[in-house]
Design a protein around this ligand. Structure first.
Ligand SMILES: Nc1ncnc2c1ncn2[C@@H]1O[C@H](COP(=O)(O)OP(=O)(O)OP(=O)(O)O)[C@@H](O)[C@H]1O
Ligand SMILES: CCCCCCCCCCCCC/C=C/[C@@H](O)[C@H](CO)NC(=O)CCCCC
Ligand SMILES: [Ca+2]
Length: 546
């Protein structure tokens, strides 16, 4: 960096070492300039300095406390140069540790002159105030009953201190009932007062915030959500997720971890990650929005069963997952879908969505043009089925993953190459197969093998899809698509005795909530919302340059 780029440069003292500290417009850098005579290692002067991006500085403050201001020195070293530096300031910044975890680290610089110390604090604060994407006022909703019921404690102990340090003002609402947050956002909250909404809870709580916010914005703009083809108005407020739920899939899939402090820091630095939202309708009536999983069959049944065991907390999904696996139900139905354009890749192309994803960015820049073109294509009534594919069959699971759905149970997720903001969802059809085959498929969600590489699994990247369960009277006696060489070798046949695949219906799991209709129409709304996140960082990007 050239000399003229320097905003301020001083010789200061850090941990008994003399350092040259320089603030550039985007970077704070410091480097040792004099070997400390008392350093036991006796190593030569450090060639490399340290740098912190200004956009990743959380706060700077004058170090008032005497104990902090005086560099900790051994009593024998009382007359060291450190004594000449009684003033100090501390810079708190984002430090990346393992596995996408962020922590707040401090570095304290000491100086002889009070004015220089104050000037540094002022100049860094001026640079921080230029970062206009940082939130100043947040509306926080805490679900005290999500996950292991630790929402309030997590917020008070781990998140509020970070917000305070960054000078963020908050209005906090601890919810008193289900849908409290949704209704407050829909009807009461004065959204103009805030730069964002923070959700402390799990995927279900996030769903409340999503519905409250999206519905409010549509109402304010006179958009009718019941029209499946209505052009929805994107939300200007970003949503932050402090994970305190059972699956925390949305947090995990957008940050690479479900850690409250990491989430708080992504909010403080003002990250922005656009995200697709699926709208779900039944016969032209709006039902729900979904951002992660829409699952019929296996995941619908897991959820239905798990709701009876809510008291078990996160373990309810393991128990219900096991029971549902044993019951090995399958369901007849017709799936129709409108495939996505080729330029958004394919669910099996192994191009994972990462921070700054090119596919999502390309989609954003071509969004308007694309939407106009596709509407043209869909307008004529007689052509409304043009481009649609139709599949009839018996399915163990029908899953639509608008994002990878990575979570601690399955770190690569249901569809590892799904994109957060490409305007598509990955439609995964798992046909009737043996229990052993289905087990192999499930197991592949937890290792590196390709879960789509089975004869009974197919996956399509789509913009819209519909599902119709088979009407009992119309259901074909045999499904021609079944694999002839794969008999169910299961010993657990007694569980099937009362099961009639001609009448059986499952339910849809919509981001962890049961839908009350089985015949649905789903349409992906490209980048309808934004989160305080940046997508999962590539590992090499994750290290601070030193
Ligand atoms: N005060 C409250 N009392 C009861 N239920 C609430 C309250 N506040 C929110 N809820 C509801 O609790 C449900 C579950 O919450 P949440 O998503 O936070 O946790 P979870 O179900 O354990 O996690 P996950 O959704 O990740 O599986 C949500 O559907 C939400 O509507
Ligand atoms: C032999 C071992 C096999 C293990 C297989 C594990 C496969 C796990 C895939 C997990 C996919 C989670 C998708 C996320 C869905 C969330 O919107 C929803 C709400 O939180 N969670 C569930 O429905 C909870 C779903 C829980 C499923 C178990
Ligand atoms: Ca998507």
């Amino acid at each position: 960096m050239e000399n003229q780029d320097k905003i301020i440069c001083s010789e200061l003292f850090q941990k008994q070492r003399k350092v040259e500290v320089v603030l550039y417009p985007a970077v704070l850098a410091w480097k040792e300039i004099e070997k400390s005579s008392k350093r036991s290692s006796g190593t030569s002067e450090s060639e490399h300095g340290q740098t912190v991006k200004v956009c990743e500085i959380v706060a700077v403050h004058k170090t008032e406390d005497e104990a902090d201001a005086q560099p900790r020195s051994h009593p024998k070293r009382i007359n060291q140069p450190s004594q000449q530096y009684p003033h100090a300031f501390t810079v708190s910044y984002v430090r990346r540790t393992r596995q996408h975890l962020w922590r707040c680290a401090d570095v304290t610089f000491h100086c002889a002159d009070q004015q220089i110390c104050e000037q540094w604090v002022q100049v860094i604060n001026e640079q921080l105030s230029l970062l206009t994407n940082r939130p100043k006022n947040l509306l926080v909703y805490i679900n005290p009953y999500g996950g292991k019921r630790r929402g309030e404690r997590i917020y008070e102990q781990k998140v509020a201190p970070v917000f305070r340090q960054a000078g963020i003002f908050t209005d906090v609402i601890v919810t008193e009932r289900a849908n409290h947050a949704r209704d407050h956002l829909k009807m009461e909250a004065n959204l103009d007062d805030y730069d964002g909404v923070v959700c402390v809870g799990g995927d279900g709580m996030f769903s409340e915030i999503l519905h409250g916010l999206v519905t409010r914005i549509q109402t304010d703009h006179g958009v009718d959500q019941n029209q499946p083809d209505a052009e929805l108005v994107p939300c200007s407020l970003r949503i932050g997720i402090i994970p305190a739920g059972s699956t925390d899939c949305i947090c995990f899939a957008t940050q690479g971890t479900n850690d409250p402090v990491t989430s708080a820091l992504h909010i403080v630095v003002g990250d922005s990650q656009p995200m697709d939202v699926c709208s779900v309708h039944h016969n032209g009536v709006f039902l729900k929005y979904s951002v992660s999983l829409l699952g019929y069959g296996f995941y619908g049944d897991v959820l239905t069963d798990s709701e009876r065991n809510r008291w078990l907390g996160p373990a309810r999904y393991d128990l219900s997952g096991f029971k549902t696996f044993l019951s090995h139900n399958y369901y007849g139905g017709t799936v129709s879908f409108l495939p996505a354009d080729d330029n958004v890749g394919h669910p099996r192309d192994k191009l994972q969505c990462r921070s700054g994803c090119r596919i999502c960015q390309h989609k954003h820049s071509s969004k308007d043009e694309h939407d106009e073109a596709s509407e043209e294509k869909e307008k004529p009534a007689e052509d409304s089925d043009r481009g649609w594919n139709v599949i009839h069959g018996k399915f163990i699971a029908i899953n639509s993953a608008s994002m990878s759905c990575a979570c601690p149970r399955s770190p690569k997720g249901l569809s590892p190459s799904a994109h957060l903001a490409d305007g598509t969802t990955d439609l995964i059809l798992v046909r009737k197969c043996s229990r052993l085959d289905f087990f192999r498929h499930l197991l592949r969600h937890t290792n590196n093998d390709d879960q789509f590489d089975h004869w009974f699994v197919e996956v399509h990247r789509v913009r819209k899809f519909r599902f119709e369960p088979w009407h009992p009277d119309l259901a074909p006696l045999e499904d021609a698509s079944e694999h002839p060489e794969s008999p169910d070798l299961s010993p657990i046949s007694s569980l099937q005795e009362t099961y009639d695949d001609r009448t059986a219906e499952s339910s849809w799991n919509c981001d962890g909530e049961i839908l009350h209709h089985t015949a649905i129409q789903v349409s992906v709304q490209c980048q309808l919302i934004r989160l305080f996140a940046r997508g999962i960082e590539e590992q090499q990007d994750a290290e601070v340059a030193v």
